[in-house]
Each structure stands twice: as C-alpha cells, then as structure tokens.
Ligand binder design. Sequence first.
Ligand SMILES: [Zn+2]
Length: 129
Amino acid sequence: MMTTQRKILAPVANVETQAYWDAADAGKLLVKKCQSCGEPHFYPRALCPFCFGETEWQETNGEGEIYSFSVMRRAETPYAIAFVKLDAGPTMMSNIVDCDFDGIAIGQRVRVVFQPSNGGHKVPMFTPV
Ligand SMILES: [Zn+2]
C-alpha cells in the first residue's frame, strides 16, 4: 500500500518556535540545546525542560531511527505516526511518508522530508533512508 497525499494543517508558529518553522521552510531541521546542561530537547522551548537553563538552536543532520510507530489504516487517507529518535538526541513525534506502510519497522533509519502544509509552513516528516 503506497501513501497518498493527506492534507496537512498549517502549523502555528509563536515566539518560541518561529525560527524552527522558518528553518523548516528552508529545508533544515532544528532542535534546541541547553546552554547550561547541554541536553538537546524537542519540542523547542525557550527554557530547558530539564534544568530551566537558557536554550539555543542547533541544526541537526535530519536523520534518526524509528523508535515506535502506528499506522492509521481506518483514516480517510491512511497515515503512519511515529516517534523518531533523532541522531541529534531528542525524540520527536512525526509522520512516516513516501513509503509502503507494511515495510515500516522499529529501528529503521529515516531522514527528514519537508511536506507542504495547507497554506502555511512546511512540516518535517520522515521517510525511510
Ligand atoms: Zn538544561
């Protein structure tokens, strides 16, 4: 079963995430890293979720592996949700696209692809490498 294009809701950027969405539009996946404890995290926050230190943006290589996933076959257009553990450290929830859902596996290497949303920023999703 191949994926078909599903309408993606335009994400709403705020002060904390504007740089993230601008980077996504430019084809780059950013995470935030703490200037105090050095831990990267996702979803981007102004303060570190571990120690409340100041955070800074860090560009990732856009790659990671599937930590867990679920295929929504009963949706009008079936889709796959996954937690992707980025090489950069954090785990992010996203979609797996442009592949045969039957072939998705835990531990599979994936790379980011930026999908156009419905009139807004591009949204990072992942496809098998
Ligand atoms: Zn910290």
